[in-house]
Design a binder for this molecule. Structure first.
Ligand SMILES: [Ca+2]
Length: 255
């Protein structure tokens, strides 16, 4: 009986030791709400804003039971440019100052070999002004292909059913910045006539100190979480508007 009690106490202690630091880390360092997609919070409670073919799925999960699935079908058509593309995804927005530096990481997975190019999943960070215009990032200011700071891709080279670490690196807010926006995205302009997509889980958005580099830990989020959540929910206006809004950071990058 005594042995059983000791084992039980040890197990409880282990649970406390393992779970407490993680819970604290999620709250203090990562402003993203429901970063593992387990809560399914609506946008007006700070949850993810979804656009196009996106849903919280229980088909795959890196942690917990659910993940974000962004999908689409790019068709070939008889008129130029001979294909119809798709961009699906999810995002959250937070207050950010000009010059502030951010980094978005997470994990992506494809359950089938993605067909054609371009057909890929990424996470990305971009900055917007008070009018909702996409300012891009300081790092990508001279780029002709990407306005946002994008991560490595889950694409047709990625092994199937394997969670791949995705990392935008550091993105700096340009002059005029009012918000930082963190996205999961699936982009498909392949014309492959295949319904396909990418799962995302365990995202983390870090605000960095001035002298931090890529190897640094996240600092505590200093913004106003309540304001951030009301910012996110303010984009849930007319049906489809968040779609158009979110795409502004994508279309200039890829099309
Ligand atoms: Ca999860």
């Amino acid at each position: 009986m005594q042995n059983k009690t000791i084992i039980l106490c040890t197990a409880l202690l282990c649970t406390l030791l393992v779970s407490t630091p993680q819970a604290a880390l999620a709250d203090e360092h990562n402003p993203l709400r429901d970063a593992s997609f387990e809560l399914q919070l609506p946008p007006d409670q700070g949850g993810w804003i979804l656009f196009d073919e996106s849903l919280i799925s229980s088909d795959r999960a890196r942690s917990g039971r659910q993940s974000m699935y962004n999908a689409g079908l790019s068709r070939t058509v008889a008129y130029p440019p001979y294909f119809v593309g798709t961009v699906s995804g999810s995002f959250q927005a937070f207050p950010a100052d000009p010059g502030s530096r951010w980094r978005l990481t997470g994990f992506g997975l494809t359950h089938t070999t993605l067909q054609g190019t371009p057909a890929f999943g990424i996470v990305q960070v971009s900055f917007f002004d008070t009018a909702g215009d996409d300012l891009g990032t300081v790092e990508t200011a001279d780029s002709t292909t990407a306005k946002a700071k994008t991560s490595n891709e889950v694409n047709n080279q990625t092994p199937v059913d394997e969670w791949i670490f995705l990392d935008t690196g550091i993105a700096t807010a340009p002059a005029g910045t009012a918000t930082v926006q963190a996205f999961t995205l699936y982009v498909d302009y392949s014309g492959s006539n295949t319904a396909q997509g990418v799962y995302f889980d365990d995202l983390s958005l870090c605000a960095l100190e001035d002298d931090d580099d890529d190897e640094s830990d996240c600092k505590e989020f200093s913004g106003d979480i309540e304001q951030a959540h009301s910012l996110s929910s303010s984009f849930s206006g007319p049906p489809g508007s968040e779609n158009t809004y979110a795409r502004t950071s994508v279309e200039s990058s890829w099309f």
